[in-house]
Design a protein around this ligand. Structure first.
Ligand code: C2E
Ligand code: CA
Ligand code: CA
Length: 282
């Protein structure tokens, strides 16, 4: 039976509303009981085939309800004021994982997805800085991804938080690009280094459809604004070739690897050299 994001998780015999689960502290319990984990998906430079980064994707395996998709529980966590707890847990887990990979010689930056609400939290940059210090991880190993819709709001705090993060040397990508309505003005004002073209535009590229027109246009726009362009959701070699020809800098998707747990990603990285993909290990 399929999950229903509106009415909750429809389990074998009864409906358990996700809203209720989260309102009653289900996510905090999930953290305490180790039900949350991270999977990692590689981001590969199209020109060289090198893995230049990973994206951390949250997974919740509930002891009764099984896997709950982040697409379902993140918006509910936002509505119930639980997102900061989640984001902080993810940031700490990712930075700890980066520290551990560094001791193995795996020097790869990891991107964390932020909620738009996180950008209204003035303490976020200090919190990240303190974590990086505690785990002795240089800031270039952490990247942040913010969805286009979350980033276009004209909030003073959001702009300050983004500028402070960028001063720390943390790069910020604009995620799901093409699904919101960014003004070009706003895109230029904010310190984004990367555009991630939403997978809804990528999935049909192999069929030579109109989607390729969007990809071409967004790629040119990104480059003109001095940004790198990532295609997400690349599922086959044909799409990969078309996107590379369109000038996308990086690709991410099942064609390269599905998101994998940390241990499996370590193995994947070892089998897919080069491991050192940061300009400096310092
Ligand atoms: P996203 O940031 O756009 O992440 C990409 C989604 O596409 C992921 O879904 C990933 O597993 C999936 N994907 C990767 N390659 C392919 C492909 O080739 N084809 C297809 N069809 N899909 C692919 P996932 O892991 O279910 O995450 C869904 C969304 O949940 C993410 O979209 C992101 O917005 C949110 N999310 C995930 N983890 C976190 C987190 O730690 N914090 C926050 N705030 N949001 C998160
Ligand atoms: Ca993302
Ligand atoms: Ca997306």
């Amino acid at each position: 039976m399929k999950d229903d994001p509106v009415h909750g998780l429809r389990l074998k015999s009864r409906a358990v509303p996700l809203e209720e689960l989260i309102a009653n502290g289900g996510l905090e319990r999930a953290i305490r009981e180790g039900q949350l984990t991270l999977h990692y998906q590689p981001k590969v430079e199209m020109r060289s085939g090198r893995t230049v980064g990973l994206e951390a994707l949250l997974r919740w395996r509930h002891h009764l309800h099984g896997m709950i998709s982040p697409e379902h529980f993140i918006p509910v966590a936002e509505r119930h004021g639980r997102i900061h707890t989640i984001t902080r847990w993810v940031l700490e887990a990712v930075i700890r994982q980066c520290a551990s990979w560094r001791t193995e010689g795996v020097l790869v930056p990891v991107a964390v997805n932020l909620s738009g609400l996180d950008l209204a939290e003035r303490e976020l940059p200090d919190y990240i800085e303190a974590l990086l210090k505690r785990w002795d991880v240089p800031s270039l190993f952490i990247e942040l991804e913010i969805t286009e819709t979350a980033a276009i709001g004209d909030h003073q705090i959001c702009d300050e938080v983004l500028s402070q993060l960028s001063r720390l040397g943390i790069t910020v990508a604009i995620d799901d690009f093409g699904t919101g309505y960014s003004s070009l003005q706003r895109l230029k004002q904010l310190p984004f280094t990367t555009i991630k073209i939403d997978k809804s535009f990528i999935s049909d590229t192999a069929r030579g459809s109109q989607e390729m027109v969007f990809v071409d246009t967004i790629t040119q726009l990104g480059h003109r604004l001095g940004m790198k362009v990532v295609a997400e959701g690349v599922e086959c070699g044909e799409s990969w070739a078309l996107l590379a020809a369109a000038g996308c800098d990086m690709g991410q998707g099942y064609h390269i690897s599905r998101p994998l747990p940390g241990e499996m990603m370590s193995r994947w990285l070892r089998n897919n050299v080069p491991l050192s993909c940061c300009a400096t290990s310092g």
